[in-house]
Design a protein around this ligand. Structure first.
Ligand code: GLU
Length: 309
C-alpha cells in the first residue's frame, strides 16, 4: 500500500447474536489501527445467512459499538442486500470456467459463513469437478447443487501486520471452495472479497481464526481485478480454561457485561490485555488512539478473564 493512501478499515460483525468479548477485542483493535493512522472506518453487517441473522441483531450490534465509543464513517452496508453484486462476481468467475456444481451433501456444511478449518472442516477433493456429464445430469434431477470454484496450483504468500509471513498452496492447503450454497446463499469468501472491494477497504484487521481464509481471498481479488488490502490478524482471546471464547459463553456476552461494567471499564481491560496501557484503568477508545502501536499487541492467543484484569 503506498504511504500516501488514506487507511480505510472496517468492522464486519456477523449479527447472529449479541457481540462477545472476542468481537469487541477485534473491533477495538481494528478501529484503533485505522484511527491512529488518521484513517476511516466503515461498517458492514455480515447478515448473509438468513437462518442465523436477524434484523434486530444488526441494530443491537450498532448500538453496542456506539456504546463502546467505536464510531464508523458513512452508512453501514448490509450483506443481505448485496445479492446482485455477488451474482455478478459469481458470473465473472463462471465465464472463466472456474465454477462447477457440487452435489455432495456435505457441501452445505462446508459453506459456513465464516469457516474455521481448525474446527474440523476438511479439504474438498474435487470429486464433483470430475463427474462424468451423464452422472451430473442424473444428480441434477434430484438435488440442488452448491457451487464451487476451482483453485489453481499456486502458492499465495502475504505479509500479515501481526503474524508476519503466511502462505498457502491453494490446491493442497485449501482446495476448491464454495461460492454459493445449495440454497442460493452466497458464501462468506465471495461476499467478503466483493464487499471489501466495493467499500474501498484497504486494511482488514480481524481475528486470527480467519488467517487461513486470507490466501483464498487474495486469490479471488486477483481473479476479480480487485486490489489487495493489507491484513492484520489479531490473536484470539481464550476463556481461562483455554477454549476459544464463543457466543455461547454467556458471561462474555455484551448484554451481561453491560450490566456489570461501564464502557471505559471494558475498554480499559481490553486495552491492558493488548499491551496499550501498563496497568488497568478505565479508558475510552479515543484516549487510546495516541497509545496504539502494533509493536505492543501480543501475537499469541491469550487467556483472558474480565475478572482477572
Ligand atoms: N463476519 C466475520 C465474523 O464476525 C468476520 C469476517 C471478516 O472479518 O472477514 O467473524
Amino acid at each position: 500500500m503506498p504511504q500516501a493512501q488514506l487507511v480505510r478499515g472496517r468492522f464486519a460483525p456477523s449479527p447472529s447474536g449479541r457481540m462477545h468479548l472476542g468481537n469487541l477485542w477485534s473491533c477495538l483493535l481494528a478501529w484503533l489501527a485505522a484511527r491512529s493512522a488518521g484513517g476511516e472506518m466503515v461498517l458492514r453487517l455480515e447478515d448473509l445467512d438468513p437462518d442465523r441473522c436477524r434484523a434486530e441483531y444488526c441494530d443491537q450490534v450498532m448500538r453496542d459499538l456506539e456504546w463502546l465509543g467505536l464510531d464508523w464513517d458513512g452508512a453501514p452496508m448490509y450483506q443481505s442486500r448485496r445479492t446482485e453484486a455477488y451474482a455478478a462476481a459469481f458470473e465473472t468467475l463462471g465465464k472463466r470456467g472456474l465454477v462447477y456444481p457440487c452435489y455432495c451433501t456435505r457441501a452445505e456444511r462446508l459453506a459456513a459463513s465464516a469457516p474455521h478449518r481448525s474446527d474440523g472442516a476438511v479439504l474438498y477433493d474435487g470429486r464433483c469437478r470430475r463427474l462424468p456429464p451423464e452422472e451430473r445430469k442424473t444428480l441434477a434431477k434430484t438435488r440442488r447443487p452448491a457451487w464451487r470454484v476451482q483453485v489453481p496450483k499456486k502458492t499465495i504468500t502475504f505479509c500479515d501486520l501481526i503474524q508476519g509471513e503466511y502462505k498457502e498452496e491453494l490446491t493442497g492447503d485449501c482446495g476448491d471452495f464454495i461460492l454459493r450454497r445449495s440454497d442460493g446463499v452466497y458464501a462468506y469468501q465471495l461476499a467478503v472479497v466483493v464487499d471489501d472491494g466495493a467499500m474501498g477497504v484497504n486494511q482488514v484487521v480481524r481475528g486470527s481464526d480467519l488467517l487461513d481464509s486470507t490466501p483464498r481471498q487474495l486469490w479471488l481479488q486477483e481473479e476479480l481485478g480487485l486490489p489487495h488490502p493489507q491484513y492484520g490478524h489479531v490473536p484470539l482471546l481464550l476463556a481461562p480454561d483455554g477454549r476459544r471464547l464463543a457466543k455461547r459463553d454467556r458471561d462474555a456476552e455484551l448484554g451481561q457485561l453491560k450490566e456489570r461494567y461501564t464502557a471505559p471499564e471494558l475498554v480499559g481491560r481490553l486495552a491492558h490485555a493488548a499491551g496499550l496501557i501498563p496497568e488497568y484503568a478505565p479508558v475510552t477508545p479515543e484516549e487510546l488512539i495516541p497509545l496504539f502501536s502494533w509493536d505492543k499487541v501480543p501475537r499469541e492467543d491469550m487467556k483472558f478473564s474480565i475478572e482477572m484484569e
